[in-house]
Design a protein around this ligand. Structure first.
Ligand code: MIG
Length: 778
């Protein structure tokens, strides 16, 4: 039994406390305000876990002890006499109260079991019915209740709702303590483990009114972080403070992007680009999938299909396209191939325990694989991108980095005993491999082009990957079920720090119908990352192949995406600053409304726009849950009372989109591609209420320069506050802040409601403060 008092166990200088959990000892530290880290060692003789997600040893939290309590900010750990520990936190409603110490229960950690030699399992008890969100891109419902999630990176398809492992692992979840007084006590749990971990959420029936969560790690320590809320937004910000935020992507990364496995040869790529411009369908990026490579060899070009890559890329640039080629980590074993020869001579490839170089089959045939856990190997690999950058590629795309190998039998990944840096077996950092490759790519291209933002897309990842790369959700299928699934995937990724992600629009495997393509696009324009992609042996799936009606409606949707770019880019800036996800589940914005937790076929883009996509064929209506407050239907311009279900009419022309009353959203005219012309008008769209206030925000920078290359701040912000009364709105623009100077432009106020949108005022924006009075009457 553990001691009832832990005050005596606190080492103030080391900012560490020793506690008991069941029959085990644990070390508690306070990395950040509102975060407690509880590390349960497997055995003193075992090497501590490999660390990748949490970059530096954070110790900025204040660890306080009082009798049998330890706390850090609003988060408290209470040791019970039976050696279980309980986590508590202060709900939002009590935050300002004098009794700041009042806290309510989040969960109890009853003990830590070692069911076998390799496993440590934390036994967590929560109130019956608590929801669980996060855990990355796993398929299935947004709420992970009744799921066993195996955090183990694998290339496995086609996915079903119960596929337990995906390409990327994020051993992090958010939950809401159900018995909290005001129902909004959210918290997060992160198990930092780059080996295999398993989260089982309420699989068994509840006992004594409690559900059980099992958090298991395979090998290594159980390294647990508990993050206080009380809102989901605060939990996510704390997680971002632990694991980092993304760098600002280039602005064109938010345009429409087109891919296929593969557009080849070069003429077909050029024809594709031409067709985009001829059909006036906006597009910013074209991808080159593996067939541009010579025999799938990394950093080569197939000279027959792509005889003049520089010419091709130059011409694509001239018509406003960016180019992103794919790369795998597999390196063909061939002494005549310079990348292999160099890597081999320097001993950079992964080795078996007997010291021999590990080889396996992959796209290039028999291959060797760089050991990205070594800094020198990462530097070497990063440097290999020099030629691609000289040719003018604009971004990079890392695939198959789970890692995947071609084997006759599963698991199609590395043997567990391959030897990494410091003799670590692959088993201990399997989930880190993809992210280490991303780190190599990101740091390499940053070094080669310090002045430019060069976005990286990755398939595999681990917690913290947002520092290096954005994600797409891998090989989905052209199924309505998969179209629905990606809402939960991208929302849960956002909660796990990855703000920019998206699915293959239209589905990768199988053949989409025109209707499916359109509906997917009508939804996809509200996702942070928007790319259409499809597999070999599937039908063509570009916007124009489904006939004129689909093309016209698809173009309308894509135009809306480009119109929204000022808002979308501002959301990206907020992500890069604070870690706020661009796309969010409803409960993120309305944490006190449990009905939002079930609405996982809807989502929010930022704080103001709610999307309820059409997710099955032939639908001419759908039910939409509107959270508390007032909402405008975007297309119908009608006002709806929230905390209610409404029915939206949804002919092919309609996307059920709603905007919060009091919202102010900056928009612009559509373009064929980012940078096609100057944005000489910013439209401030205003959705008034009869009384209330709102705010709008516009972030701008040059869209391409990396922070290091910018003098001063290199950005500017325009903020506007509005107060609404009957029939009138007062808009107060603050003076523009920041040192980036946008090109001269006009601000136009567009007021919504009463069945239509109308421009009611305009002025030349010179960055100075200004007050505008508007009529919001019909
Ligand atoms: O074995 O590069 O998920 O997007 O088109 C398939 C070919 C390899 C898997 C990726 C997909 C890509 C495909 N790749």
């Amino acid at each position: 039994m553990g001691p009832a008092s832990i005050s005596s166990a606190v080492d103030r200088d080391a900012r560490v406390a020793e506690i008991s959990i069941g029959d085990r000892r644990a070390r508690v530290t306070a990395p950040l305000d509102g975060v407690l880290r509880v590390r349960i060692r497997r055995a003193a003789s075992v090497r501590p876990n490999y660390v990748l997600a949490v970059q530096s040893a954070l110790t900025s939290g204040e660890l306080e002890s009082d009798g049998n309590r330890l706390s850090c900010g609003s988060l408290t750990l209470l040791q019970h006499d039976d050696a279980s520990i309980e986590f508590q936190s202060a709900p939002a409603a009590l935050r300002e109260e004098p009794e700041r110490r009042h806290a309510e229960r989040l969960f109890t950690l009853g003990g830590v079991a070692a069911p076998d030699e390799a496993t440590l399992t934390a036994d967590v008890r929560v109130a019956q019915g608590d929801p669980f969100f996060g855990v990355g891109e796993l398929s299935g419902p947004m709420n992970r209740r009744h799921r066993r999630c195996i955090n183990w990176n694998l290339d496995y398809w086609p996915h079903t709702p119960s596929t337990a492992s995906f390409y990327a692992s994020f051993p992090f979840y958010l939950s809401r303590a159900r018995d909290s007084r005001d129902g909004s006590l959210w918290y997060g749990v992160f198990v930092d483990h780059t080996g295999r971990s398993t989260f089982s959420f309420a699989i068994e029936p509840p006992q004594d009114g409690l559900d059980r969560v099992e958090l298991s790690v395979h090998k290594g320590d159980l390294d647990l972080y508990v993050l206080a809320g009380p809102t989901p937004a605060e939990v996510v910000r704390r997680y971002a403070a632990l694991t980092g935020t993304m760098e600002m992507p280039p602005r064109w990364m938010f345009g429409f992007q087109q891919s296929r496995w593969s557009y080849e040869p070069a003429e077909r790529v050029e024809e594709l680009a031409r067709t985009f411009r001829e059909t006036r369908f906006p597009c910013d990026v074209i991808y080159l999938d593996i067939d541009y490579l010579d025999r799938f060899r990394a950093f080569t070009w197939n000279k027959e299909k792509f005889p003049d890559p520089k010419g091709l890329i130059d011409r694509l640039h001239a018509s406003g396209f960016k180019v992103i080629p794919i790369l795998n980590s597999a390196v063909a074993v061939d002494a005549a191939f310079d990348v292999y020869r160099e890597g081999h001579e320097r001993g950079y490839f992964l080795k078996r325990p007997d010291g021999s170089e590990y080889h396996a089959r992959m796209w290039p045939g028999l291959s060797a694989f760089p050991d990205f856990s070594r800094e020198d190997v990462r530097e070497w690999w990063g440097g290999l991108h020099a030629d691609l950058l000289d040719l003018g590629v604009d971004g990079l795309w890392n695939d198959m980095n789970e890692p995947t190998i071609f084997a006759d039998d599963p698991p199609q990944t590395f043997p567990m005993d391959l030897v990494h840096q410091d003799g670590r077996p692959h088993e201990e950092l399997h989930n880190a491999y993809g992210m280490l490759m991303d780190m190599a790519t990101h740091q390499g291209v940053r070094k080669l082009r310090p002045e430019r933002r060069i976005p990286l897309l990755t398939r595999s990842a681990y917690a913290g990957v947002q520092r290096y790369a954005m994600l797409w959700t891998g090989d989905n299928s052209a199924w309505w079920e998969h179209m629905r699934m990606c809402i939960a995937q991208v929302c849960n990724l956002g909660l796990c720090g990855v703000s920019v992600s998206g699915p293959d629009v239209g589905g990768f495997l199988d053949d989409p119908s025109g209707e499916m393509f359109l509906r997917w696009l009508q939804m996809g324009i509200f996702f942070p990352y928007l790319r259409a992609h499809s597999a070999k042996h599937t039908r063509d799936a570009e916007p124009w192949v489904f006939g004129d009606e689909i093309l016209e409606l698809a173009r309308r949707a894509a135009d809306m995406r480009y119109a929204l770019l000022p808002y979308i880019y501002t959301l990206a800036a907020q992500s890069s600053r604070y870690g706020d996800p661009m796309m969010r589940p409803l409960f993120y914005e309305f944490p006190q409304d449990p009905s939002c937790e079930a609405a996982d076929d809807q989502f929010m883009l930022g704080p103001d726009i709610l999307v309820a996509p059409i997710l099955s064929p032939g639908r001419f209506y759908r039910a939409v849950y509107l959270p508390p407050g007032e909402w405008y239907s975007y297309f119908g311009e009608t006002l709806h009372e929230g905390a209610a279900v409404t029915v939206a009419e949804t002919p092919l022309t309609h996307i059920p989109v709603y905007v919060r009353a009091n919202a102010i959203v900056p928009m612009a005219a559509p373009m064929q591609h980012e940078g096609e012309k100057a944005r000489d008008v910013i439209y401030w769209h205003v959705w008034p209420s009869s009384h209330g206030s709102g705010a709008g925000w516009l972030y701008e920078d040059d869209g391409v320069s990396a922070p290091a290359a910018r003098a001063g701040q290199g950005f500017c912000e325009t903020r506007v506050h509005a107060s609404f009364r009957d029939g009138e709105a007062v808009l107060q623009f603050e003076a523009r802040h920041g040192d980036h100077s946008p090109a001269p432009r006009r601000f136009e106020m567009v007021v919504h409601g009463h069945g239509r949108a109308r421009t009611v005022a305009q002025f030349e924006d010179d960055g100075s403060a200004r007050e505008i009075r508007l009529s919001t009457r019909d």
